[in-house]
Design a protein around this ligand. Structure first.
Ligand code: FAQ
Length: 361
């Protein structure tokens, strides 16, 4: 695997570290570095790219951040499907902005992953070869215009519930990327609610279309939070490292508690006969998603897995000439005395994502 250019080896002198643990000028041994890492985590400070970190912490972050980035990039597809069929210019403009935001989120996140010493070209290869994944809900189809509203209201709503705690994640670049991403996700969520509001205040046929879309998207949104806690392979360690702050089940419950009153406002009913407020628990009781279905979709057997991945590979292949042109342009501007032109480190990836954006549209 290629590794991103690193100017200095990892040390403990990043902003997450309040000074080195071993005084001046001496190279701390691994036990000391580990103790310092544990202290930064325990003090709820940030680990920064040049700080020492255990290999498993680095691997976990690469896995999660890459999956997150891939979800943003492949996640452009279900809604891009409706860009040319939006019911008004205003709705088209809003949807276009949302899809472009997702491309931007993918870029932040690939950049955050690169601070861990990997190259985004390798992450994209891993996605295209099925070695890394994106979130399950993206493998469901958007059958009507109302699906774009339900998708945004429910899955962006779920993404916000999941990602707000990630703003306090222990890894600095990931946490900081999440702050802006969450602000933009709030707009996505709000516009989904607004789109459904228009439909539920329209004709009976429009109301029915909105209800059917919510029927389709409720469980894919609940499944976004992952397997139940007892079956979650990574949660315990990720929570100990403060990458994750809550279990998958805690976040799923929080999402349901937030969502049900919003559904009531919209006049829409989640497709769960057992959904009701439980006074004793102070939460809604609800039927969990079908976790066997989640496993099947994660393994590649959802309704649109093949279509989504084939489209992503095609967008990547068709963008090859843009990446080559951008690299050639950057090389032309490289000067012998001043190192690489700034564009040299970012242009190929930017070109790739710009192409993906266009192709998804
Ligand atoms: C919560 C979890 C997804 C999983 O917790 P962990 O502790 O990491 O794992 P855990 O042990 O619980 O699971 C075991 C295995 O199962 C995998 N898996 C689990 N669930 C899923 C799933 N649902 N889908 C697929 N795979 C899933 C998991 O990776 C692991 O597999 P591995 O060992 O890697 O092979 C976490 O990684 C996370 O927060 N990620 C960042 C959130 C993120 O990506 N947000 C982007 C939202 S998109 C957006 O906003 C843009 C948009 C919006 C609207 C429209 C269009 C676009």
């Amino acid at each position: 695997m290629r590794t991103a250019h690193r100017t200095t080896p990892p040390t403990v002198t990043g902003t997450g570290a309040a000074g080195t643990p071993h005084g001046h000028g001496t190279a701390p041994d691994e036990a000391g570095l580990r103790a310092h890492f544990e202290k930064v985590i325990a003090d709820d400070r940030k680990i920064e790219p040049r700080d020492w970190m255990p290999d498993a912490y680095r691997r976990t972050l690469v896995r999660q951040i890459a999956q997150h980035a891939h979800s943003e990039i492949v996640g452009m597809q279900p809604e891009a499907n409706w860009l040319t069929r939006a019911p008004s210019l205003a709705r088209k403009t809003i949807l276009l902005a949302k899809v472009q935001d997702e491309a931007g989120h993918g870029l932040y996140l690939y950049a955050a992953a690169e601070t861990l010493g990997v190259h985004r070209a390798d992450l994209l290869d891993a996605l295209h070869e099925g070695r890394q994944r994106y979130l399950s809900f993206i493998n469901y189809p958007t059958l009507t215009w109302a699906d774009t509203g339900a998708l945004a209201w429910l899955t962006d709503g779920a993404a916000i519930v999941n990602q707000v705690p990630l703003c306090r994640s222990s890894y600095g670049p990931y946490a900081r990327a999440m702050v802006r991403v969450c602000k933009e996700e709030s707009f996505h969520h709000r516009q989904g609610f607004d789109s459904l509001w228009a439909l539920t205040h329209g004709t009976p046929a429009q109301r029915q279309m909105a209800q059917e879309a919510v029927d389709r998207w409720w469980y894919p949104a609940l499944a976004m939070f992952g397997p139940p806690h007892h079956a979650s392979v990574h949660s315990e360690q990720s929570m100990a490292w403060r990458i994750k702050r809550f279990t998958n089940d805690e976040l799923r419950q929080r999402f349901v508690d937030i969502c049900v009153p919003q559904a009531e406002l919209l006049g829409l009913t989640p497709p769960d006969a057992d959904l009701r407020w439980n006074d004793d628990r102070g939460h809604y009781d609800f039927t969990p998603p079908d976790f066997d279905e989640l496993t099947r979709v994660i393994k590649g057997d959802g309704p649109c897995n093949r279509q989504r991945l084939a489209h992503r590979r095609r967008a990547h292949d068709e963008g090859a000439w843009v990446r080559e042109a951008a690299a050639a342009h950057a090389a032309k501007h490289r000067t012998p005395h001043h190192g690489p032109h700034p564009a040299a480190t970012t242009a190929p990836a930017t070109a790739d994502e710009a192409t993906a954006d266009e192709a998804a549209a």
